[in-house]
Ligand binder design. Structure first.
Ligand code: ADP
Ligand code: MG
Length: 696
């Protein structure tokens, strides 16, 4: 196998395989179920299950698993083998429709925020037929939603599918208004660009912080950082190249459309961008991509760090969520016609997104809020924690002229331009694209750049889908039955821009001036996860999600609780790791070096009193001060951790971790990082930033 087109999707039970292996009626029913998001009946499920099993066994599979995404953010698998006894002492390989559609998962230790009482001990899993099954590690993996017995979502996929249904429903109403009669469904599409670091695994294994937390908790800035930008799009090193090659191959076999791989801004940082696809598949594929990155890195003696901020003073990693929506007939709502000012559907969609983002800044922020991402947002390389939108000069001009009422429409032209696939008028010029905007219009899609590299993209897309669905619903209410449609649409666009233009910002999003300006505009600036998460439970947000059947109140509470818990747990682990490192490695190293210097002084003096020992004594004094401070701070950190842990209120607990524990950890780091520059290399217990970042 060497031609990509020959092995692409080889491990996927995709459309071509289904068509080939399923009886026509089963295939057709399944296709309809997939495109309309309906469930399939047991008889068809049995047929599909059997074909799937036969295919998987030919691919070497012995087991199957319902592959799902619990709220921990990673994927989970529970493997069952296909074998069953045949009653005569032999085995047969079996897999029924019942097992395909509904599996019970004895997954009582996944976080469920109290939704699923532990005595029930099980949630159930249901196949998502719109995401193809695949074979990985001799296991047939079935993309699956994971719910409680009452049907409450315990995973990331269920709400995502619900939100896709919600936006499809509302966008269909809009499509109808524009005369797009034969559209049956409307899907959002996503292309997530994934950033990551690759470092040598021997180095990484010598650092407990990287092993336990995925980020360095200490480490002095090396003499050379990323100031030269010589890594960005630079030549890829052979070892990294080999990794990327294998990663591409493995992803292609799994049907993941991995497209571009390049170096990123920071040394040892890279990016992979896939070609966009339907949102739930993009989310599954992104999970697979992250999993494969970690696995394949190990085979190459590397470790893949997906943490948002593995190294201080070095760019962190994010994920750019390119989002759009298209009809099943191929019309992209965010693709402008030849002359966008005449393209009403495009402009109305744009207005809907502007209003949605402005009204729901809190949810957008929440959807990217994790302990890891807090280190990144607001840093010099990532957008600030303020949500704003960038549209570019061309669009801005058009919107401004509409707002001023300087616009009229030629209704013939509308009919001509709406939905036709013509060359976009908007100049897609890379150079003047604003890289500092958290949410930028980039030609035919919006690019949300605040996502953390380690998280699932599901939550963000649940939010995007739902908030835009909500505005579409209101727009449709207003426009259905309109007798002067074009003018009413234009009027609606104008009113929307007027009310929500504060969210549009075209300047430098990283500047201090913007923070002040944003405050004047009344935009939210939720600096930390702990500031953002309480907004989950506002009355407006609960009503919004309930209105569209995406989350009920219990599910929201459960998600908010789990996010708070995850936040506290993450920092708890980091604090314990730092304590261990400082107590068992750093303080002893400082002491030992201090001891050696003292010995040197004694020895020198034993030769002659006149030999100058100022250099040694100066260092000894410094080292003594470091250890004195560290000793005190260790005690402070221990007591702050105890206090946080003893706090039962989830928010209060997370606040302690945020305001106290992290603060002391930072203070410790100031000292250890300075100590690292003083203590002899021989005595320092860990590989330095220089070792890790520049020695692949
Ligand atoms: P860049 O932003 O780096 O210039 P591209 O414009 O080529 O790169 O696209 C970035 C990502 O956006 C890719 O993953 C691409 O597949 C995705 N993308 C392109 N069109 C759409 C769309 N209509 N919906 C969602 N994602 C899209
Ligand atoms: Mg990008």
């Amino acid at each position: 196998m060497n031609r990509v087109d020959e092995f692409f999707g080889a491990n996927v039970f995709g459309d071509a395989v289904m068509r080939e292996r399923l009886p026509e009626n089963a295939y057709n029913e399944l296709k309809t179920a997939i495109s309309l998001g309906k469930s399939i009946d047991r008889k068809i499920a049995d047929i599909v299950a059997n074909a799937m099993k036969e295919w998987a066994i030919e691919k070497g599979a012995t087991h199957y698993t319902h592959w799902f995404q619990p709220m921990t953010g990673i994927t989970a698998e529970k493997h069952d083998s296909f074998i069953s006894p045949d009653g005569e002492g032999n085995i047969i390989m079996e897999f029924s429709g019942k097992e395909l559609i509904k599996g019970e998962s004895d997954a009582s230790s996944f976080p469920s925020g109290g939704l699923r009482a532990t005595f029930e001990a099980r949630g159930y899993t249901a196949w998502d037929p719109s995401s193809y099954a695949f074979v990985k590690d001799n296991t047939l993996c079935i993309p699956t939603a994971y719910c409680s017995y009452n049907g409450e979502a315990l995973d990331q996929k269920t709400p995502l599918l619900r939100s896709m249904e919600a936006i499809s429903k509302q966008a269909l109403r809009i499509a109808k208004l524009f005369g797009l009669e034969n559209v049956k469904s409307i899907n959002t599409t996503v292309g997530p660009e994934q950033e990551y670091f690759l470092i040598d695994s021997e180095m990484a294994k010598r650092r407990p912080d990287l092993m336990f937390c995925g980020r360095t908790l200490l480490g002095a800035t090396p003499p050379k950082g990323q100031e030269m930008y010589d890594h960005y799009f630079g030549v890829i090193k052979p070892r990294v190249k080999a990794f990327m090659r294998e990663l591409d191959d493995e992803l292609w076999k799994l049907g993941v459309l991995a497209k571009t791989e390049h170096n990123e801004a920071a040394p040892a940082q890279h990016e992979l961008a896939p070609i966009f696809t339907t949102t739930n598949i993009a989310a599954d594929h992104n999970q697979l991509t992250m999993e494969m990155m970690k696995k394949i890195a190990e085979k190459h003696g590397l470790i893949c760090l997906l943490h948002e901020k593995p190294f201080k003073d070095v760019s962190g990693s994010g994920k750019h969520n390119n989002w759009s929506l298209s009809t099943d007939t191929g019309i992209n709502f965010l693709k402008a016609g030849k002359n966008p000012s005449d393209n009403l559907l495009f402009l109305l969609t744009l207005a809907a997104v502007i209003r949605a983002v402005d009204e729901h800044q809190d949810l957008m922020r929440i959807s990217v809020a994790t302990a890891g991402n807090d280190h990144r947002l607001g840093g010099a390389e990532a957008p600030p924690a303020i949500i704003s939108m960038y549209l570019g000069d061309d669009l801005n001009e058009i919107l401004e002229s509409i707002e001023r009422g300087e616009h009229h429409i030629d209704s013939d032209k509308i009919k001509m331009t709406v939905g036709t696939d013509v060359i976009p008028y908007i100049r897609k010029d890379n150079t003047d694209r604003n890289r500092t905007s958290p949410f930028a219009f980039t030609g035919n899609k919006f690019e949300f750049r605040m996502l953390g590299s380690a998280s699932s993209i599901s939550e963000t897309n649940v939010v995007l889908n739902t908030i835009v669905a909500d505005v579409f619903s209101d727009f449709a209410d207003k426009l259905e039955g309109s007798s002067n449609f074009e003018n009413d649409v234009l009027e609606l666009i104008r009113a929307t821009i007027k009310d929500h233009k504060r969210i549009i910002f075209n300047g430098d999003g990283y500047s201090k001036a913007w923070e002040e300006e944003a405050a004047k505009r009344g935009l939210l600036n939720l600096r930390s996860t702990v500031d953002a998460l309480p907004y989950w439970r506002t009355k407006e947000n609960i009503e919004l999600f309930e209105r569209h059947g995406v989350y009920n109140c219990a599910e929201i509470n459960c998600r908010a609780d789990i996010s708070l818990e995850n936040y506290s747990k993450t920092i708890h682990i980091e604090a314990l790791t730092l304590l261990e490192m400082v107590k068992r490695d750093v303080i002893p190293a400082i002491s030992a070096y201090e001891g050696e210097l003292c010995n040197t002084v004694v020895k020198k003096h034993s030769v002659s009193d006149k030999i100058n020992c100022d250099a040694e004594i100066e260092v000894i004094e410094k080292l003594a001060t470091f250890n004195e401070h560290l000793n005190r701070l260790v005690k402070e950190l221990e007591s702050a951790v105890d206090k946080s842990q003893a706090t039962t209120d989830l928010l209060a607990c997370a606040q302690l971790y945020c305001n106290k524990v992290l603060f002391i950890m930072d203070n410790i780091r100031h000292i250890t990082d300075e100590a690292e520059t003083v203590v002899s290399r021989e005595y320092w217990p860990y590989p330095t930033y220089g070792d890790i970042l520049f020695k692949i």
